[in-house]
Design a protein around this ligand. Structure first.
Ligand SMILES: Cc1cc2nc3c(=O)[nH]c(=O)nc-3n(C[C@H](O)[C@H](O)[C@H](O)COP(=O)(O)OP(=O)(O)OC[C@H]3O[C@@H](n4cnc5c(N)ncnc54)[C@H](O)[C@@H]3O)c2cc1C
Ligand code: SF4
Length: 477
């Protein structure tokens, strides 16, 4: 159907509203965080025009069959809606909560495009799956046959767990190794609990364990067990280790006390929510209470840090970002949430150095946007003579993450990596240059999103199953 025709359909009877600003759109997306009662979910689901294109589905990395589960939800057929939703998504309750829907499914909803506010797809997905858990429709994995082949998965984040789930369903023997004490990767220790409740993640971990997946926790591959041993033990190996090397800041004073990494700060906060003892929090090092906090960076990790600092009772929270609002990488919805909570954004600013030890301030350079670079983004340039000091007694560096050097750490120089250090693998099958070894999620694609890690994990599992079917003649059920 022609796009114009479709737009006419959804706007029929109403005058075309003016194009709304990012802030106005962010208000609509805030509904995501509302508690969805059945009536609200049905009302939202019934707003879907069943347009027939459907852009929401093609812009969901998992190609979830959104129109179908919206139609079923609209008529109260929740169990069927859940069955369709979980057929393509291993963790729909998690994606429903934390996908940046404004950039994916909802941002491409034709009703949103026509200026009438998106169908809040993520919230409906969350609602359907939370209901499924409450009603006992989510069951432990129960393969119809056990198979002898085994798979070792390194990393219990969403990429590794999505692969584990599919492979175990097919009856394979699956062991997941992780250096942390709890499974979930960044779902557990990166993303704050106010965006993704920890019991939601733990419930999934328990379901996977109850389905026969073996978890070997507190096990760092490269230290506690070698990569070669893992390869020897298993028929297939999936590398799903994520990216954890923090991009750093240079400049005078950058080693001062009170300047911390975002991942350390967020991990401490998440550990506290589990009731763990966190000495760096007790000592005040990773506690924002009563402090003037400056967060450096403009991505979603920076947004998580500023919002965590507000919740810890910081005296003030400022976010320095070298470009302007329109050019920041983080979700506009997150910026909107942070602003509403009292965070001040200082656009077009970059740190030049730090005063004091412990830190007392950030030496700030003011920036302006110059000509677009090769990627089309306008590059920030320094405004001469406009430097100033921003007071701070806690500075959080949230400048992004890079992969650790796995071939060196694992004494496996034969494993191919890209020039960025990510593990090189086929983008469809996820197999690396080492036969039977796969790479998925952030360690393959660089820092990305949960929904992409899930897709990668599922694709790698599919490839393993098709290889097994070809070699044994027994297709997975
Ligand atoms: C603060 C923060 C907030 C984010 N918020 C969002 C969001 O709101 N929405 C969204 O979609 N995405 C978000 N992301 C991105 C998202 O979390 C990642 O893209 C996703 O978790 C990647 O999944 P993964 O399975 O590849 O890796 P991870 O989730 O990083 O899991 C990797 C696992 O491997 C383990 N591991 C690493 N090395 C070893 C080793 N040598 N031996 C054993 N185990 C090892 C780690 O302990 C970890 O458990 C956020 C990221 C951060 C940092
Ligand atoms: S998985 Fe993410 S992108 Fe896909 S429908 Fe759900 S919320 Fe939207």
């Amino acid at each position: 159907m022609a796009v114009e025709k479709m737009l006419k359909f959804v706007t029929v009877g109403k005058s075309m509203p003016e194009k709304r600003s990012a802030t106005e759109r962010a208000h609509d997306f805030n509904e995501i965080y509302g508690e969805y009662v059945a009536a609200k979910a049905e009302e939202q689901a019934s707003r879907c025009s069943q347009c027939g294109v459907p852009y929401c589905q093609s812009h969901c990395p998992l190609h979830n069959n959104i129109p179908d589960w919206l139609r079923l939800t609209a008529t109260g057929r929740l169990q069927e809606a859940y069955e369709i939703s979980q057929a393509t998504n291993t963790f729909p309750e998690i994606c429903g909560r934390i996908c940046p829907q404004d950039r994916l499914c909802e941002g491409n909803c034709v009703i949103e495009q026509s200026g009438h506010g998106t169908v809040t797809i993520g919230s409906v997905e969350k609602y359907i799956t939370d209901t499924a858990w409450e009603q006992g429709w989510v069951k432990p994995i129960s393969p119809s046959q056990e198979r002898p082949e085994s798979v070792g998965i390194i990393g219990a984040g969403p990429g590794g767990l999505a692969a584990a789930d599919m492979l175990r369903r097919a009856g394979l023997q699956v062991t997941v190794y992780d250096r942390y004490d709890r499974a979930g990767g960044l779902l557990t220790y990166g993303i704050p609990g106010f965006k993704l409740e920890k019991d939601v993640v733990m419930r999934r971990n328990q379901q996977l364990e109850a389905g026969g997946i073996t978890f070997v926790m507190n096990c760092t591959v490269g230290d506690d067990i070698s990569f070669a041993e893992i390869r020897e033990k298993h028929d297939f190996v999936v590398i799903a280790t994520g990216v954890y090397k923090t991009r750093d800041l240079a400049g005078p004073g950058s080693g001062a006390a009170g300047i911390v990494n975002a991942i350390d700060y967020l991990t401490a906060s998440n550990r506290l929510s589990f009731g763990d003892s966190v000495p760096e929090f007790e000592s005040g090092e990773l506690n924002a209470e009563g402090k003037k906090v400056v967060v450096i960076g403009g991505g979603d990790t920076a947004m998580d840090c500023v919002r965590t600092a507000i919740r810890q009772g910081a005296e003030s929270v400022k976010c320095l970002y070298r470009r302007d609002r329109a050019n920041m990488p983080g979700s506009q919805r997150e910026v909107q949430n942070a602003e509403e909570e009292g965070v001040e954004f200082v656009w077009l600013t970059a740190p030049k150095g730090f005063a004091g030890d412990p830190v007392t301030g950030v030496m700030v350079q003011q920036m302006r946007l110059g000509q677009p670079d090769a990627s089309g983004r306008r590059s920030p340039e320094v405004v001469d003579g406009a430097d100033y000091v921003e007071e701070a007694d806690l500075v959080i560096k949230a400048l992004g993450f890079e992969p650790e050097a796995l071939p060196a750490l694992w004494n496996t120089p034969e494993l191919d990596v890209t020039r960025w250090g990510t593990v090189k693998a086929d983008f469809r099958t996820h197999e690396t240059n080492l036969p039977g070894v796969y790479a998925v999620g952030d360690i393959q694609r660089g820092a990305s999103l949960v929904v992409w890690a899930i897709r990668d994990g599922r694709e790698a599992a599919e490839d393993i199953l098709s290889k097994l079917a070809a070699s044994t003649g027994v297709a997975a059920e």
